[in-house]
Design a protein around this ligand. Structure first.
Ligand code: NDP
Ligand code: GDR
Length: 371
């Protein structure tokens, strides 16, 4: 039985990857952080009582900022594959916490690679690094492929650039099977609530049920190549099954703007929007509404506004990936379209909002967290 170790197992990708590997028959070990509340919502459905025998899914407390802890876990598990998905993954937050982001996202990767080397596992343990389209930042070529030069635009992207190169360097220096997946944005109903797609689907759902009145966004002109996380974790595994380690761009090859994603999400919730105004004065007004789906929304309501506090000190305006190499060498193509993904996310969030609205209607106090 193959053994995999996943950092960031409690995150969006970690949870899908753990499910995927368990289905493939792996013994899966995940590293979770100590938190003051349970932080395992995304994996609770696959985690079983550790007191039951023959479990194939194990969790270890740990942190990418702590070398000795990483060495101990890697020594205990002796994994065939390590997936380094753990990171301070929010670009905007990285401007607020640049040093922490560098420690975890850049040095955390080094610490894991050093653990492999220190324990003499260079020939046994394969290593996947969660690299990112943010490396392209100020884009030098459209679409972006494996050979496109990098120009990172945030402390997050700069830290991930170190992680990218240290992964290449350990491959070249020590013969470790180590590779980078340069993944473009990927989303799902498990996406963190402060990334823009989930922020939008959740807010539209809450607005449709009268739990929120307005969604505030930053740069709605930003263009992204959005795929579904389920498609992308499959590719992470495929990358570690090749004869030779290589780096791959993972993307859909299509892009839409944040504004279009808002429009698409609203439509899924029975709301047709009209955008007007420019820059910080841009608003979206309800043009028509299906009140069977969105009972609390009225024609003429302004439900989207711009708040400059969501603008970033340096923005990545456009990203569009070219997944040709992944298709040619690995036979990978994304199966879920952005429309299908948006529909799944809105359906999930509307379901949640309806539950909250029902509780509220029965006198329960409901507070909806917003950023
Ligand atoms: P999430 O933010 O959903 O998950 C990040 C995970 O990392 C969480 O499990 C989090 O733990 C964990 N983590 C954070 N800090 C530490 C730390 N100091 N030590 C150990 N673990 C830590 O990210 P995604 O699942 O979306 O992304 C997975 C990886 O892929 C990340 O590295 C991200 O940067 C990268 N990536 C993501 C893309 C995307 O579009 N989703 C695209 C390209 C790259 P906790 O749950 O406790 O917070
Ligand atoms: P990104 O994702 O920065 O691409 O990083 P995010 O969803 O945060 O932003 C995408 C674009 O939307 C614009 N935007 C807003 N973003 C947020 N979060 N909140 C807003 O209110 C808002 N309004 C407009 C942003 O400016 C940006 O242009 C994600 C993360 O998963 C990274 O870890 C990963 O490496 C990259 O994707 C690929």
């Amino acid at each position: 039985m193959k053994k995999a170790l996943i950092t960031g197992v409690t995150g969006q990708d970690g949870s899908y990857l753990a499910e995927f590997l368990l289905e493939k028959g792996y013994e899966v070990h995940g590293i979770k952080r100590r938190a003051s509340l349970f932080n395992t919502d995304r994996i609770d459905h696959i985690y079983q009582d550790p007191h039951i025998e023959h479990q194939r899914f194990h969790l270890h407390y740990g942190d990418l900022s702590d070398s000795s802890n990483l060495i101990r876990i890697v020594k205990e598990v002796e994994p065939d594959e390590i997936y380094n998905l753990g990171a301070q993954s929010h670009v905007a937050v990285s401007f607020e916490a640049p040093e922490y982001t560098a420690d975890v996202d850049a040095l955390g990767t080094l610490r894991l690679l050093e653990a492999i080397r220190f324990l003499g596992l260079e020939k046994k343990t394969r290593f996947y690094q969660a690299s990112t389209s943010e490396l392209y930042g100020l884009v030098q070529e459209i679409p972006q492929k494996e050979t496109t030069p990098f120009h990172p635009r945030s402390p997050y992207a700069v830290a991930k650039m170190y992680a990218y190169w240290i992964t290449v360097n350990y491959r070249e220096s020590y013969g470790i099977y180590a590779c980078n997946g340069i993944l473009f944005n990927h989303e799902s109903p498990r996406r963190g609530e402060t990334f823009v797609t989930r922020k939008i689907t959740r807010a539209i759902a809450n607005i449709s049920q009268g739990l929120e009145s307005c969604l505030y966004l930053g740069n709605m002109d930003a263009l992204r190549d959005w795929g579904h996380a389920k498609d992308y974790v499959r590719m992470q595994w495929m990358m570690l099954q090749q004869e030779q380690p290589e780096d791959f761009v993972i993307a859909t090859g299509k892009q839409i703007s944040v504004r279009e994603f808002v429009q698409m999400s609203a439509r899924e919730a029975g709301i047709e929007l009209e955008f007007s105004g420019e820059g910080v004065d841009e608003i979206a007004t309800v043009k028509s509404v299906n009140t069977d789906i969105a009972p609390e929304v009225k024609v003429g309501d302004v439900i989207v506004r711009v708040d400059p506090r969501y603008f970033r000190p340096a923005e990545v305006e456009t990203l569009l990936g070219d997944p040709a190499k992944a298709k040619e060498i690995l036979g990978w193509v994304p199966e879920i379209t952005v429309e299908e993904m948006c529909s799944e996310m809105v359906a999930y969030d509307v379901d949640q909002a309806r539950r909250h609205a029902l509780l509220k209607a029965h006198g329960h106090e409901i507070s909806v967290a917003v950023e």
